[in-house]
Ligand binder design. Structure first.
Ligand code: ADP
Ligand code: GLC
Length: 481
């Protein structure tokens, strides 16, 4: 049996702000339990719903010296679907109504988390052979395994992997601050280690010291070796390219299944979607006061509303798009400028646009089922889960060819009867608009072709099966057979 500990800042069903939580929540369930004991550790945030917090069992607690004070570290656990989840408790660090907010505080919080997690391990009656870290919040762990924790017998053999879900966020502050929070010596603050453009950088530490690096699609693994996508770390990623690989994400096929989804007005499957899927659309049209017409093409977005998601392109063509025979629905929160932009178009074209500016898992399920097409014109996209969910719900993705979008959506080819979506290459609003209009044409004028595309979309397999095997191969390679 090989023991693997996933260390992350969020995991479904406990706490989620983005796709990272979906991955950490669903990948461990799929790792083959006959050969691997894969456990997960996240902070015990006060904002984890009470429903989950009340189920956690106390394991142990201890006091740890951190930043000159003795700090409480509690460990709790909860088991679900054969996976053990550990929670690191400290009420002063993990309070608040969201996991993140203030950068400076977050840096200290997650450095504490890394120290607490490693210090807790010997008390768990369980020895991980490998720690699988996710994103900048856990970037300090591979460094600590080479430094503060390198001496002891317990830690010596532990391997580390770091998965980059989004290179945009690196955990950066001036060297003095990062040095204080990490409690590392001057040795680590040079340009080949944790220093990056004169600042301290936690993700960089993880990338330099982890035994292997992964990211969440093949294309993104290539892109980040180039300056445009590399966010200042492209040189380092080129230097470590032999230890870097892309493994595309999957989605939880139990949670995302139009046939059994309890949030839908009408369940459907690959056989009956022609008749049944549109009943979900009609329900949303009624609920949100749009023109009720199940034959109208509905385009949707469910997303964090940030620059990453290509929303400036949408803003640029929204008036033109609204002249077409379509409806447009959006569910999301994020930058105020985008929230207000969508509110404005909802007001201006009330019968065809609906802006739902909040977070709701239930509504997201309804939208994936209701829409005919799903728009995702991202500036960059390490993997993207929304387009995978859309495919499973027979909702045709319209995407920009970048990162995981390029790897998971096959462009429609009308001559060869191929493809599962529509795509465009350049970050250009009118290139996007003409792609949407091409999709409209197929939807209205060539329904048979459209439905055949839905057949193909629903037949794709983006469950975790294949990708979990790739992680297992990587674990085997690092731990040894
Ligand atoms: P990212 O992690 O960059 O935000 P992904 O596509 O990987 O993008 O994952 C986003 C996940 O968050 C998807 O499961 C999507 O459905 C969900 N999501 C985003 N915004 C909302 C929202 N407002 N309400 C419900 N779910 C949302
Ligand atoms: C990040 C990326 C997204 C990816 C997710 C899970 O949030 O922005 O593309 O799907 O992580 O890996």
């Amino acid at each position: 049996m090989k023991n693997v500990l996933m260390l992350a800042s969020e995991a479904v069903p406990f706490i989620k702000t983005g796709g990272l939580a979906d991955v950490v929540g669903s990948l461990p369930k799929t790792i083959d339990k006959r050969y691997y004991d894969c456990r997960v550790m996240i902070p015990k945030y006060m904002c984890i719903p009470w429903e989950w917090r009340q189920k956690m069992e106390y394991v142990t607690h201890f006091y740890m010296d951190y930043l000159g004070q003795s700090r409480y570290v509690g460990v709790l656990k909860y088991e679900q679907d054969g996976v053990t989840y550990y929670f690191i408790d400290n009420e002063s660090y993990f309070s608040g109504d969201r996991p993140y907010g203030d950068w400076y505080w977050d840096l200290e919080k997650f450095c504490f988390f890394c120290y607490a997690a490693l210090s807790a391990l010997p008390l768990l009656d369980w020895h991980p052979d490998l720690i699988h870290c996710h994103d900048w919040q856990t970037g300090l762990v591979p460094v600590l395994l080479h430094d503060k924790f390198a001496g002891g017998e317990f830690y010596r053999s532990i391997k580390s992997v770091i998965t980059i879900h989004n290179l945009k966020f690196q955990g950066v502050w001036d060297v003095k601050t990062i040095q204080r929070f990490t409690q590392l010596s001057d040795y680590y603050f040079t340009a080949d280690k944790l220093e990056c453009k004169k600042d301290g950088n936690l993700l960089k530490g993880g990338i330099v010291y982890a035994d292997a690096i992964t990211t969440v699609s093949d294309t993104y693994a290539e892109e980040i070796k180039m300056p445009f996508y590399g966010e200042g770390l492209d040189g380092l990623l080129r230097a470590r390219e032999h230890d870097l690989r892309g493994i595309v994400n999957g989605i939880d096929y139990d949670e995302w299944n139009p046939e059994t989804d309890k949030f839908l007005v009408k369940n459907y499957n690959a056989k009956n979607f022609r008749k049944e899927k549109a009943r979900n659309k009609k329900a949303l049209q009624e609920e949100w006061g749009m023109d009720v017409d199940p034959g109208k093409m509905m385009i949707g977005i469910v997303s964090r509303l940030t620059d990453q998601k290509g929303l400036d392109l949408v803003e640029c063509i929204m008036d033109e798009l609204c002249q077409d025979d379509i409806q447009f629905v959006v569910l999301g929160t994020g930058d105020e400028k985008y929230e207000n932009m969508f509110r404005h178009y909802d007001w201006k074209y009330h019968n065809k646009v609906s802006a739902q500016i909040y977070y709701s898992n239930a509504i997201s399920h309804k939208m994936y089922a209701a829409c005919d097409a799903y728009l995702m014109p991202s500036l960059f996209e390490p993997c993207g889960l929304s387009q995978l969910i859309a495919l499973r719900y027979g909702t045709i993705p319209i995407v920009r060819e970048t990162g995981g979008l390029r790897d998971t959506v096959e462009p429609f080819n009308e001559y060869e009867d191929k493809g599962t979506g529509f795509s465009f290459m350049n970050y250009n609003a009118h290139e996007m608009l003409s792609t949407i209009r091409y999709a409209e044409k197929i939807y209205y004028d060539r329904k048979r072709d459209w439905n055949k595309m839905v057949d193909r979309a629903m037949a794709t397999d983006y469950s975790w099966r294949t990708s979990a095997m790739k992680y297992q191969e990587l674990y085997d390679w690092l731990i040894g057979y």
